[in-house]
Design a protein around this ligand. Structure first.
Ligand code: ADP
Length: 244
């Protein structure tokens, strides 16, 4: 059983979103991807976002991570207003504070696991050594393997090591286990959880797999561009106990 209590430092808000809307315009057609989202991410928490495809989860995550901007509303990271600072501020925010993990790993095929991670650590201010980052995700014995020599789950763990090697405050994961079977998916979730616990990285994870919500401190249900429900997990499960 994992500790259900949100970590002690969660009184602190890591990220605050207010009144977020996002409308995509394609010619004469408008798609309302977000219709007014208020959300606080607490420092050190693990948040899972559930909801049907097309309900706005990725749009929200991309805005929280500074990859996209809202049509209206504000996002604050500490004392930074991300929505009024322009592209330079967003670039600095992403570089210094945010790690991303996507469904597909986007590793460079001609570089080893260590070299893929080193690409990030070379430009970070206070990086974790690539060997240590890969050790944290259970790949300390695979440093010199190329992506093609690794399983899908191992490649995703290299991608996680790459995302956290710069010691980001936020780790944003969009369907990190979407392309994996249960066994390898669980190893990936264990890696994400270990980063959350050992580095205190505030983590938000999108999944279509409702079972995975049991590892979270809090679970958000999304529907039609809005938060329909936020609940705190009274009892959390370790990834190995998840069945799907
Ligand atoms: P989810 O992550 O829940 O599947 P998304 O945030 O990807 O949902 O999408 C929300 C809505 O916004 C969908 O209707 C989707 O088609 C639309 N959408 C997302 N990205 C774009 C885009 N770049 N251009 C136009 N429409 C988009």
């Amino acid at each position: 059983m994992l500790s259900a209590a949100v970590p002690a430092n969660t009184a602190e808000t890591a990220l605050q979103a207010r009144g977020l809307t996002k409308t995509y315009r394609m010619g004469a057609v408008e798609v309302a991807a977000l219709r007014g989202v208020d959300l606080d991410l607490f420092s050190g928490e693990l948040l899972v976002l559930l909801g049907p495809s097309g309900s706005g989860k990725s749009t929200l995550l991309n805005i929280l991570g500074g990859l996209d901007t809202p049509t209206a509303g504000t996002v604050r990271f500490r004392d930074l207003d991300l929505t009024s600072g322009g592209e330079r501020l967003l670039t600095r925010y992403r570089r210094q504070h945010v790690g991303f993990v996507f469904q597909f790993y986007n590793l460079i095929p001609s570089l080893t696991a260590r070299e893929n991670v080193a690409l990030v650590t070379e430009i970070a201010a206070h990086p974790i050594r690539p060997e240590e980052a890969l050790g944290l995700v259970g790949l300390g014995a695979r440093l010199d393997h190329f992506p093609a020599q690794l399983s899908g789950g191992e490649q995703q763990r290299v991608a996680i090591a790459r995302a956290i090697a710069k010691r980001p405050d936020l780790l944003l994961c969009d369907e990190p286990t979407g392309a994996l079977d249960r066994e390898t998916g669980i190893l990936v979730l264990e890696a994400i959880l270990r980063i959350n616990v050992e580095l205190g990285t505030t983590t938000a994870l999108i999944t279509h797999n409702a079972v995975i919500a049991d590892i979270a401190h809090r679970v958000i249900h999304f529907a039609d561009g809005r938060i329909r429900d936020i609940r705190t997990n009274a009892a959390r499960k370790p990834p190995a106990e998840l069945v799907w």
